[in-house]
Design a protein around this ligand. Structure first.
Ligand SMILES: C[S@@+](CC[C@H](N)C(=O)[O-])C[C@H]1O[C@@H](n2cnc3c(N)ncnc32)[C@H](O)[C@@H]1O
Length: 261
């Protein structure tokens, strides 16, 4: 997991200079990067819409290994990353009687722990990838959580039009906006206020830059904190940087959004 340093927070990973320096330091990663670039280029040409494109990326990744598809290179890391998300939520306001919406739930890395902890029916996971949702159902069965009756739903957008008003105490999106262009984040922030319960909160992670905002292969997006806080405020929400998340061994940062007033 990348550690955040002053230099990494300023780096522009899309620049040629950065890529050349990175290649010199990590020669073993050059061939996989070239392969990934070629695959992504092909997928970008055949899928113009970002969600269609990213769904195809997930289909390709999940076919190889669903755990790697959500960003964990081993079972151990998959378990640890899920625990980190879960522990943080419990330490920051989640209770067993809460109703949780997990946006981009993936193959339930944190989801299976949330399902286990919450009262039956308390968990709602949505994702754009049918392949990863099938993998999620496998995890659900492996963990013996059928009786908890979680909802797992395929979505194409983040308007939440099919979900009830004021319903969710907790909305959560881990490692989703790090793969999202600003239009997707804007859509989410424009609509999440409607489905949040009055005292509810929405926690999301993002790849933080303190330099120029940029993306790599339209797979990984880097944003400044003030951009995302400003966007939430424009949609009538309050947003704050979760400083204590920075102490956890994770490469992304976290923002908490609540209804204003
Ligand atoms: C890196 S994985 C993280 C999965 C899960 N949150 C976790 O931490 O294990 C990102 C997930 O978000 C999903 N995703 C990406 N963009 C999305 C969007 N706009 N709406 C819903 N899900 C999305 C992907 O399909 C993928 O399953």
């Amino acid at each position: 997991m990348t550690k955040k340093t002053a230099a990494s927070l300023k780096a522009n990973r899309s620049s040629l200079v950065h890529k050349a320096r990175y290649a010199l330091r990590n020669p073993g990663k050059v061939v996989p990067y070239v392969r990934r670039s070629a695959r992504d280029l092909k997928l970008r040409l055949t899928h113009r819409d970002h969600v269609d494109y990213y769904r195809a990326v997930m289909a390709s990744d999940a076919a190889r290994d669903p755990k790697a598809a959500v960003g964990s290179q081993s079972e151990e890391r998959w378990l640890a990353l899920g625990r980190m998300q879960f522990d943080y939520l419990v330490e920051h306001g989640l209770g067993p009687g809460h109703r949780v919406l997990d946006i981009g739930c993936g193959n339930l890395r944190a989801g299976w722990r949330l399902i286990d902890y919450l009262d039956p029916g308390g968990y709602y996971g949505i994702d754009i990838s049918p392949d990863i949702l099938i993998a999620a159902k496998d995890v659900l069965a492996e963990r013996g959580l059928q009786d908890k009756l979680p909802h797992l739903t395929l979505t194409h957008d983040l308007t939440f039009s099919f979900l009830p008003e004021g319903h969710f105490d907790v909305v959560h999106a881990h490692s989703v906006f790090s793969h999202s262009p600003i239009e997707v984040i804007d859509e989410c922030l424009a609509h999440v206020g409607r489905i949040l319960a009055p005292d509810g909160f929405f926690d999301f992670t993002y790849d933080r830059t303190e330099g120029t905002e940029h993306h790599v292969l339209r797979e990984d997006f880097y944003y400044r904190t003030e951009t995302l806080v400003g966007l939430a405020e424009r949609h009538g929400l309050s947003a704050r940087f979760m400083r204590d998340w920075e102490e956890r061994p994770h490469g992304q940062s976290k923002i908490r959004v609540t209804a204003r007033g």
